[in-house]
Design a binder for this molecule. Structure first.
Ligand code: GDP
Ligand code: MG
Length: 439
């Protein structure tokens, strides 16, 4: 999916703004990438429509390029598509909270049972597992072994007892032991069949669970969303757990489940180890899909650090050659704050030609400059000319900040050079003059 989407951004290079016309091609790429990731067609259609609507006529943020802007819009829509917020597990007011797991054979139910117990145990909750897969003796052994591994008790009643009866006995046992949570493993089938559904319905009736979670394999793509829908209609579920996200799944399942079934993905499995279970974070998933974390945080920071008004005010100052030490400090701080994001340079007026190496230099120099600027009087900060004219003032600043007079002189010279460079870059040809510092 990531690779497919990259083509979309590339096509916007060199564009000034997002328009109805220039997003046609990128949107086609996005559509294709989603379909290739096995997202269902109706979901893709709605998604593409939503992104297009937003992209056209979006206010441009200073310094943010259209391709970066589009990445951000796609990201935010992906997050929305996956349900927006993290969908937390619900716990019942009176213990024990009962969690019933369902799903086809081989998707990872039994593994999830133990992983989930391990996960909840780390949150300080006592857990018990109930072995409800009566069709394969090996399934019970598997759960017992995993239970031992994570240190939680497993209730078993062999293969001769009906699952609903095991559920009843297990629940009583959990109440007796004052467990916080009880998780029931059930038998899967290769395909959906009536026997499995009836069995689950019966077990559900007995347990009255707080959570009924359908375990689905991420590798099944859009089929996963269909399964969640079917199980929800048949037995009523509260959410899904997506397993095997560590494999080479194409991501379609994660994208479609919520939109198609209306039920959220609550947890994801990313491996065979007991620790490999985590909450499903739509924003992290979107970030992973796009593989462009740097661009996303850049756009966010750009929005935050350099709001349009700030930039305009700065521009006005530059135009009128009023750029002073206060602005100098503000700008240098902004650059430092943005850290290694060298792309940011393009958005600071007048710093268009600065290289990444210079940014690092700026970060290094920030402390040095701050101490000298702090030693200036407010008047001196606003009128750098005062410092150009007066060696006495420069000497005083050097003493107060613990720097050399030469360093202070350099700073003053730097400010005037910056004024000129900025004016030139703003296209004002008369520029300003760099005063010679008097001795
Ligand atoms: P069940 O039939 O639904 O109970 O499935 P199991 O829990 O027995 O798991 C089937 C296989 O999938 C086992 O070999 C597990 O180790 C493996 N498995 C389960 N979850 C994951 C996961 O998140 N990632 C990977 N790579 N393998 C998993
Ligand atoms: Mg199993």
């Amino acid at each position: 999916l990531t690779g497919g989407l990259e083509a979309a951004w590339t096509k916007l290079k060199g564009e000034e703004v997002l328009t109805k016309e220039n997003i046609v091609e990128p949107m086609r790429d996005i559509r294709r990438a989603l379909l290739e990731a096995d997202v269902s067609l109706p979901v893709v259609r709605r998604f593409v429509q939503a992104v297009s609507d937003q992209a056209v006529g979006v206010g441009l943020i200073r310094g943010v390029k259209p391709d970066q802007q589009l990445v951000k819009i796609v990201h935010d829509e992906l997050v929305k598509l996956m349900g927006g917020e993290v969908s937390e597990l619900v716990f019942s007011k009176s213990a024990p909270t009962v969690i019933l797991l369902a799903g086809l054979q081989g998707v990872g139910k039994t593994t999830v049972c133990a992983k989930l117990a391990n996960y909840l145990k780390k949150q300080g909750k006592s857990c018990m597992l109930i072995a409800g897969d009566v069709y394969r003796p090996a399934a019970i052994d598997q759960l017992v072994i995993l239970g031992e591994q994570v240190g939680v008790p497993v209730y078993t009643a062999g293969t001769e007892v009906k699952p609903s009866e095991i559920a009843k006995q297990g629940l009583e046992e959990a109440k007796k032991k004052k467990m916080d949570v009880v998780i029931m493993d059930t038998a899967g089938r290769l395909q959906i069949d009536k026997g499995m559904m009836d069995e689950l319905k019966e077990v559900k009736k007995v347990l009255n669970p707080t959570e009924v979670l359908l375990v689905v394999d991420a590798m099944t793509g859009q089929e996963a969303a269909a399964l969640v829908t079917t199980f929800n209609v048949e037995i009523g579920i509260t959410g899904a757990i997506l397993t095997k996200l560590d494999g080479d799944s194409r991501g379609g399942a994660a994208l479609s489940v919520k939109e198609v079934s209306g039920k959220p993905i609550k947890l994801v499995g990313r491996g065979e180890r007991m620790e490999d279970l985590e909450p499903f974070y739509p924003d992290r998933m979107a970030g992973r899909i796009l593989g462009m974390g740097d661009v996303l945080s850049f756009v966010e920071k750009a929005q935050e650090v350099m709001r349009q008004e700030d930039a305009e005010e700065l521009q006005k100052k530059i135009m009128s050659a009023k750029f002073d030490f206060n602005d100098f400090l503000k700008q240098t701080r902004a650059v430092a704050r943005m850290g290694s994001m060298t792309r940011v340079i393009g958005m600071i007026p007048g710093m268009g030609k600065v290289t990444p190496a210079q940014v690092r230099e700026a970060e290094k120099n920030l402390k040095l400059m701050e101490s000298m600027i702090e030693a200036m009087t407010p008047e001196e900060r606003e009128k750098p000319e005062l410092l150009a004219e007066s060696p006495q003032r420069r000497k005083r600043i050097a003493q107060d900040s613990g720097k050399t007079e030469q360093q202070v002189s350099q700073l003053v010279a730097q400010l005037f050079q910056m004024r000129v460079r900025m004016k030139n870059l703003m296209g004002i040809m008369e520029g300003g003059s760099i005063p010679t510092l008097s001795n």
